[in-house]
Design a protein around this ligand. Structure first.
Ligand code: TGC
Ligand code: FAD
Length: 392
């Protein structure tokens, strides 16, 4: 792969709206991605291997639990810092951001919010340091967009719970040490349970042959009569709103993250357009190429402003689930369209691993599907503005 020459676009001087702390955190994450992710990520994606060597570095930039309080090992940062870290990581690769999103928003967040003090102390510091890695099991083979239909279940056996079922499409599953698993009790109410690697009957087979998120490990979580200690049930929230609350946090991070992927595609295409000569001129001088670049920077700028405002609302605890959903949908769609246009601008070179664009484009095909598909998010906005439920 070519050297990482990334220069971040900031067409509306949005940096002026960030604090010095935000910029320091963002720049540290950016420098780490340039140094430790860019040189290895193309090969990791080609080999379809999650590069475990970067786990300590992710912990070092505060990517595991950016907003979790410091007393539990988190970085204790605000929501805009969290977003900026996700942006920088996804500028490197959506799969690496996935690993950080799952660890922070889908594993640490529910333990912090729905767990008791013992559970927080047991799990959060090890997850923050990357000593333990986590996964989040909501989706099942027959229940993706409709998680309320899940069949994974547990029975109260007196001194423990007996867990049965299966989860599919689970990021980090093949190497996770702990999994936050959503399952129904005997009354059909959904609860979160922390399942640990090594528990008998718990297995995590990897899903192979993905064309997308190849540098992220995806797999199943299978539970066959797993005896889960009673102290592993998250006691402070149950019902579908519990896992959906975690998704709010992860979707927010994705809305920021994909700006990073879009910026990398735009920056690469802009540089290429000034260097690549056809018909005796740099292709960047042709109107059709300029139209693509002009639209890209416009959409990136709009996405940056959307996220900044959403971050302010999150910091004030005022962001609604529907607002977060809109930002996830809009920004992923924006990034995917930019990746497709940028790839075309590089002609044949655009399909190679010499440049990051095709990898970003393929990754974004997963990002537009997970954490709620594009269409599901359209329906969330539709319900919010009309009051009429078009899901069912
Ligand atoms: P519905 O009846 O609307 O809601 C059930 C209860 O949940 C509450 N609620 C929420 N709470 C918090 N945050 C949200 N975003 C919430 N949305 C709804 C709701 O108020 C209600 O509470 P209560 O107290 O009245 O019971 O539920 P529904 O069954 O109609 O489903 C709604 C729907 C379709 C929007 C939802 O299920 C959905 O979002 N589906 C998409 C599924 C999804 O996003 N799955 C993601 C799996 S995890 C993943 O993809 C990780 S990828 C990670 C990576 O690698 O980065
Ligand atoms: P389906 O729900 O079967 O949807 C198929 C199509 O039907 C979609 O286009 C959808 O928009 C449409 N559709 C569904 N319902 C409606 C409706 N009511 N109206 C209109 N259209 C509808 N899940 C986890 O729990 N944890 C993870 O860590 C995780 N990581 C993932 C990593 C990857 C790489 C991928 C690809 C997925 C991951 N997922 C994870 C699962 C992801 O959240 C689901 O794939 C997603 O929610 C969609 O579910 P599905 O694939 O079953 O599609």
């Amino acid at each position: 792969m070519k050297p990482d020459l990334f220069e971040s676009p900031d067409y509306y001087n949005i940096d002026d709206l960030l604090t010095e702390e935000h910029k320091l955190i963002r720049d540290a994450a950016r420098a780490w991605v340039k140094r430790d992710v860019s040189p290895i990520i193309e090969q990791a994606a080609q080999d379809a291997k999650f590069p475990k060597s970067i786990i300590p570095g992710l912990a070092g930039i505060g990517a595991f639990g950016p907003y979790i309080p410091e007393e539990y090992g988190g970085a204790g940062l605000d929501q805009i810092s969290y977003g900026l870290i996700m942006q920088e990581i996804e500028r490197g690769d959506s799969g690496v951001r996935s690993t950080a999103s799952v660890q922070s928003s889908l594993v640490m967040y529910p333990i912090w919010k729905y767990g008791n003090e013992e559970q927080r102390k047991k799990y959060l510091p090890k997850l923050a340091s990357g000593e333990w890695m986590g996964s989040f099991g909501l989706t099942e083979p027959d229940h993706g967009s409709n998680p309320s239909g899940m069949t994974t279940n547990f029975k109260d056996m007196g001194d423990h719970y007996l867990l049965n079922g299966a989860k599919l499409w689970i990021s980090n599953s093949p190497f996770c040490d702990v999994a936050v698993v959503w399952a129904k009790d005997e009354e059909g109410r959904i609860h979160g349970l922390v399942v640990e690697r090594g528990m008998e009957g718990f297995s995590t087979p990897e899903t192979h042959n993905k064309w997308s998120l190849r540098a992220s490990a995806t797999g199943e979580l299978i539970f066959q009569d797993v005896k889960v200690p009673k102290e592993n049930l998250l006691p402070n929230k149950s019902g579908l709103g519990a896992p959906l609350g975690c998704l709010d946090s992860a979707r927010y991070g994705i809305a920021w993250g994909v700006i990073g992927a879009a910026m990398d595609c735009y920056d690469t295409a802009l540089r290429y357009s000034k260097e690549r000569v056809q018909f005796g001129r740099p292709i960047g001088g042709f109107q059709l190429q300029q139209k693509k670049l002009a639209e890209m920077i416009t959409e990136i700028t709009k996405a940056q402003l959307l996220c900044l405002r959403l971050g302010q609302l999150k910091n004030e605890n005022k962001a609604t689930s529907a607002q977060i959903s809109m930002a996830k949908r809009n920004n992923v769609d924006m990034a995917l369209k930019i990746a497709r246009d940028a790839r075309q601008m590089l002609g044949g070179m655009g399909i190679t691993g010499e440049y990051p664009i095709m990898r970003h484009m393929m990754n974004l095909e997963s990002v537009v599907t997970y954490e709620g598909t594009h269409d599901i998010h359209l329906l969330i906005t539709g319900l919010d503005i009309t009051g009429l439920n078009a899901f069912k």
